[in-house]
Design a binder for this molecule. Sequence first.
Ligand SMILES: N[C@@H](CCC(=O)N[C@@H](CS)C(=O)NCC(=O)O)C(=O)O
Length: 223
Amino acid sequence: MIVVHHLEKSRSHRIVWLLEELGLDYEVVRYRRDPDTLLAPPELRAVHPLGRSPVVVDGGEALAESGAIVETLLERYDAQSRLAPAVGAPERVRWHYWMHFAEGSAMPPLLVSLILKRVREARMPFFARPVARTIADRVTASLVAPQLRANGQYMDDALAAHPWFAGASFSAADIQMSFAVQALAARSGIEAWPHLQDWLRRAQAREAWRRTVARVGPLELAT
Ligand SMILES: N[C@@H](CCC(=O)N[C@@H](CS)C(=O)NCC(=O)O)C(=O)O
């Protein structure tokens, strides 16, 4: 039995969604974030040394890093290539690109933005607060906000050309991209990008996404 070690408010929603799309049986072990630090609890390190989510145990082997988990599960359980274009198919290159864009390019500015938010809200001596806020605001304005805008526009342009990230059909690239799009929507909004909004609406209308929410709850993200 596949076991998903599921941290609340985390990327492991994607793995549950993938398993639901594939129609596989799986167990969920739940973990809560520390309310102050938002870190995963130390018990998750007993499953994988880094103690980050998602971690999946399949056949007694712990799999980590969401893109690698998705690709490994597809190799093992998607023989008919329902969620990935076949190797050599024209859409495969695009599929691979978005599979990696999610963690490699979409998530870094979102993570920096979350860290800067925590810097602004951190407890510190009153005289340090204006300095910390000024630095956070300048990094946001010069580096983070432009990257978030560029990524949002780039994703929207891609979805204007075809309905799903890899092309005409829904695929695991849509699942892999979903966390970054939902984080962008929560952090700075996606109202400026109609194709991205429409993609999110269509993705969340899928039965397998609904079953995911029924199983592990809605994906709530820090704003
Ligand atoms: N690139 C990794 C990122 C893993 C990661 O940072 N996960 C977050 C949850 S979304 C986490 O476990 N945070 C809690 C912690 O670091 O303690 C992946 O895609 O699996």
